[in-house]
Design a protein around this ligand. Structure first.
Ligand SMILES: [Zn+2]
Ligand SMILES: [Zn+2]
Ligand SMILES: [Zn+2]
Length: 339
C-alpha cells in the first residue's frame, strides 16, 4: 500500500513539456493540468485528441434536405391552396376587399419566403481567419481564450461552437435548425427571427381567412332532435354539443374539394402557428437576456443575471440610435431603485 501511494505522489508532482498550439512555444506543465492557457498568446489547450465529424454526416444532410423540402412544399401549398380556395369568397364580398387581401397575402408570402431563403442559404457565421501556429507571427494576446477545434483542426474563437451537421465552427451559434437545413448563428440569427415572426403572422392570417371562407361555403347543417331540448341541464348541454358536432360531420360529407382544402389549411395553420409561436417566444426571451440558446444552457449552472435589457433587442436587430433611445433601459431603472 505504501509503495502505491508513493508512486501516486511521484506521478502527480511530475511535470511534462508540451507545446502551445497557438504560438508553438514550449510550456512546462504539471501532469494533473486538464487544460492550460498560454501566457503569451492566450490560447487554451485541452488534451483531447482530434475528432472526426464524418460519421452520419450524410444522414444528417439527408434529414435536413427532407425537412427543408417538406417545409418548402408546405409553404407553397399554403400560398397556392389559399389563393385557390379563399380568393373566390373574398372577391365575392367586394372587389376592393379582394384587392386589399391580395396585397396582404403577397406581402406576407414574399416576406416569409425571403427571410426563409436568407436564413437557410446564408452562411451562419464563419469564424474570421487568424494567424496561428508560430511564435513571431502570433503576437501577445492574439489568441486570447481561443480553443482548438478538434473537428476542424483550426482555432475556435471564444463565442464559437462546432456544428457536426454543418461541419464547421459557427460564431454565436444558437442551434442547428433542420427546418432551414442550416445553423442559426451570428450571420443569420436576425433573419431566422424575422422568418419566425413573418411565419407566425402569415399562419394567423391563413387560419382566420380559411375559417371565414370555410364558414361561407359550408353546406347547411341539419339538426335532428333539437326541438326536444327544453330547459337547461348539464346532460342537455352535452347532448346539444354532441348534436352540433354530428351535424357538422354529416354536412362535411357534402363538402366540396375547395371546402376540404380550407379545412386542411385551417387545421395545419393553427398547429404550425402554435409550434412557431412557442419557438419565437423562446427566441425573444433569449434575445432579451442577451443570450443564445447555447449560452443559455451553459449559463444555467453559473447563474449569470443582470443582463436582461430591452436594449438587447436594439443591439440584436441593429436599430438606429434614435429608435433605441425610446426603449426602456432596465439596467438604469434597477440602478435608480438601488440608489
Ligand atoms: Zn501560445
Ligand atoms: Zn470546428
Ligand atoms: Zn449546423
Amino acid at each position: 500500500m505504501a509503495s502505491s501511494t508513493e508512486e501516486q505522489l511521484i506521478t502527480i508532482t511530475e511535470n511534462y513539456e508540451t507545446m502551445c498550439w497557438g504560438c508553438g512555444l514550449r510550456l512546462l506543465l504539471p501532469s494533473f493540468a486538464p487544460s492550460y492557457k498560454c501566457g503569451w498568446c492566450g490560447a487554451i489547450t485541452s488534451p483531447n485528441k482530434l475528432k472526426c465529424d464524418r460519421n452520419y454526416f450524410r444522414w444528417r444532410r439527408l434529414r435536413d434536405l427532407c425537412f427543408v423540402s417538406v417545409l418548402f412544399v408546405f409553404m407553397l401549398f399554403v400560398i397556392c391552396g389559399g389563393l385557390w380556395a379563399v380568393w373566390p369568397v373574398v372577391f365575392s364580398i367586394s372587389i376592393s376587399c379582394g384587392v386589399f387581401h391580395s396585397i396582404i397575402a403577397i406581402i406576407l408570402s414574399i416576406a416569409t419566403i425571403s427571410f426563409f431563403s436568407l436564413a437557410a442559404f446564408q452562411c451562419a457565421g464563419k469564424p474570421p481567419t487568424i494567424i496561428w501556429g508560430s511564435y513571431p507571427a502570433v503576437g501577445k494576446g492574439d489568441l486570447e481564450n481561443y480553443t482548438f477545434c478538434q473537428y476542424c483542426s483550426k482555432p475556435k474563437p471564444p463565442r464559437a461552437h462546432h456544428c457536426r451537421s454543418c461541419r464547421m465552427c459557427v460564431m454565436d451559434m444558437d442551434h442547428h435548425c433542420p427546418f432551414i437545413g442550416n445553423c442559426v448563428g451570428a450571420a443569420n440569427h436576425r433573419h431566422f427571427v424575422c422568418f419566425l415572426t413573418s411565419a407566425v403572422i402569415s399562419t394567423v392570417y391563413v387560419s382566420i381567412m380559411s375559417a371565414h371562407a370555410g364558414l361561407h361555403i359550408w353546406p347547411p347543417l341539419t339538426y335532428r332532435s333539437l326541438e326536444h331540448f327544453n330547459g337547461f341541464s348539464s346532460d342537455m348541454a352535452w347532448r346539444a354539443v354532441r348534436e352540433v358536432i354530428f351535424a357538422l360531420l354529416r354536412s362535411a360529407v357534402f363538402l366540396s374539394a375547395r371546402g376540404l382544402v380550407l379545412v386542411y389549411l385551417f387545421i395545419s395553420s393553427v398547429s404550425v402557428e402554435i409550434g412557431l409561436s412557442v419557438l419565437l417566444w423562446q427566441q425573444l426571451c433569449y434575445i432579451y437576456e442577451g443570450k443564445t440558446y447555447l449560452t443559455h444552457l451553459s449559463s444555467q449552472t453559473s447563474d449569470e443575471d443582470g443582463k436582461r435589457d430591452c436594449q438587447n433587442f436594439a443591439r440584436f436587430f441593429g436599430f438606429p440610435h434614435f429608435i433605441s433611445r425610446f426603449l426602456p433601459n432596465v439596467r438604469d431603472t434597477q440602478k435608480r431603485h438601488k440608489k
